[in-house]
Design a protein around this ligand. Structure first.
Ligand code: ACO
Length: 426
């Protein structure tokens, strides 16, 4: 027998039995309960306790600090996998065989180049344009170049456009970066893997071949794996929401990039660096903490809607910080970050609210050590998250339960009133 929730509304005498499935009730079933002549609804700003879909991609246990892609723990993937293998896993549900992986890597390598005319679009941006705005506009523009993306019900067209986008994101990001530096663009190099090629497109100077330190390539690979997906976060929900009106992948991912840009989401890593710079030295940390407790500022890189424990990605990144600093030298802001973390893990304000470091707390320090300016940090997040967005887009498109996103509201405005001609207004 199905598990049931019994609801009784004493003043109207309404009673209803709602089926509980997967630990949830269907919000539409609440309509059986009629209050003041109206079917009952829920009020949930920010979807704090509302599941918007069924998904088989990523599992998070926020209390235990667990993150898994398709059942595989993030720690094992970060240790043993590559970003492209993880992207395949997110999209297909299984780890690829050696043959599948080789073909997937070949396909991605084949599609790395940007359409030539898109470079004219990129050239039109001001030299100091934020690279996230370039990324947002260019991903949307891709649809003009690949209109077959509208055939999203055709699995072949869908897969081709997903591969195109995953392949082109690093190229686009590198173009945006070099534009800001007024440096000539570097085309992709087929001899390099995904992460090495990205570093080459960013940092190649006059040398014939750019060769990155293997440990730095691995650090980028790990960061990309950690950022590849995170179930129904703000940007993924934006992707699904835009997909729900029947849009192509590029339009949806452009919306995802926009959502990610905000400082409460992917923009937090940039905000962490700004915060660390403003604090400057360890002796100024107590004063900053007082400001946080008084509600004047937020401690960026701390707190999470889902994790009420140490974010497992932050733990892995913290270890990677040490590896990267061995090669690049220690950033003095690391001490400030460590001191902030000490307060965060012991001070009653943070402990009682279960605020722990999130993925963004240390990632900015690595990005800076690798030579990226802060405005590139969120771009570095967007590249791997494209794999997650694409996996959710695909899951949404093929979900028989999918529906156009159209939340209800509680109307708080005026009751009906009559139009007042302008000459009669106060
Ligand atoms: N610094 C100080 N106080 C905080 C912080 C913080 N970073 N985060 C939450 N709080 C406090 C709130 O003021 C609130 O306190 P109150 O109960 O006294 O009012 C309580 O903790 C709960 O906070 P909410 O804002 O309700 O939590 P919510 O789940 O809505 O927000 C969020 C989560 C947006 C991530 C928040 O913790 C935050 O702003 N953190 C800083 C930004 C950040 O690092 N974002 C990256 C998240 S990870 C990612 O997107 C990849």
């Amino acid at each position: 027998m199905a598990d049931l929730l019994q609801i009784r509304h004493p003043s109207s005498g309404t009673e209803a039995e709602l089926a509980i499935t997967d630990g949830t009730i269907r919000a539409v079933d609440l309509r059986e309960v009629v209050v003041d002549g109206e079917p009952l609804a829920t009020y949930d700003p920010g979807y704090v306790n509302t599941a918007s879909c069924r998904s088989a991609i990523t599992y998070i246990d926020g209390n235990a600090g667990v993150l898994e892609y398709r059942g595989y723990p993030i720690e094992q993937l970060a240790e043993q996998s590559t970003f492209l293998e993880v992207a395949w896993l997110l999209l297909n549900g299984e780890l690829p065989t050696a043959g599948e992986l080789a073909e997937w890597e070949r396909l991605i390598t084949e599609h790395r180049m940007l359409p030539d005319k898109l470079k004219t679009v990129l050239a039109g941006f001001p030299y100091d344009a934020h690279p996230m705005t370039i990324l947002m506009a260019s991903t949307a523009a891709f649809y003009s170049f690949y209109p077959d993306a509208r055939n999203f019900d055709d699995p072949e067209a869908r897969s081709l456009n997903i591969a195109r986008l995953i392949a082109k994101m690093p190229t686009l990001a590198a173009f945006a970066y070099r534009k800001g530096k007024a440096k000539p663009y570097i085309n992709p190099d087929d001899a390099y893997g995904y992460c090495h090629n990205f570093l080459a497109m960013l940092f190649k100077q006059a040398e014939r071949r750019y060769v990155a330190d293997e440990r730095l390539i691995r650090a980028v690979e790990v960061l990309f794996i950690l950022h590849a997906d995170h179930e129904q976060n703000c940007s993924t929900s934006a992707v699904r929401s835009v997909a729900s009106s029947g849009n192509d992948l590029y339009t949806c991912v452009s919306a995802g990039v926009g959502a990610l840009h905000g400082p409460l989401h992917g923009g937090a890593n940039e905000a962490v660096l700004t915060m660390l710079r403003e604090i400057g030295t360890v002796d100024r940390v107590p004063e900053f903490i007082e400001g946080v407790k008084a509600g004047r500022v937020r401690m960026m890189g701390f707190g999470h809607r889902v994790y009420k424990n140490y974010d497992p990605r932050a733990k892995i990144i913290k270890r990677a910080v040490e590896d990267v600093f061995e090669i690049t030298g220690v950033n003095p802001l690391l001490q400030v970050a460590q001191e902030l973390e000490k307060y965060g893990l012991t001070d009653e304000y943070f402990v009682s609210r279960r605020l722990y470091p999130n993925v963004d707390f240390y990632s900015g320090l690595i990005y800076e050590a690798l030579g990226f300016p802060p405005e590139m940090f969120t771009v570095l997040f967007a590249i791997p998250r494209t794999a997650g967005w694409a996996a959710h887009y695909q899951e949404f498109i093929t979900d028989p339960d999918n529906k156009i996103a159209r939340p209800k509201q509680i109307y708080t405005g005026y009751p009906t009133r009559s139009y007042v001609p302008i000459e009669d207004r106060g």
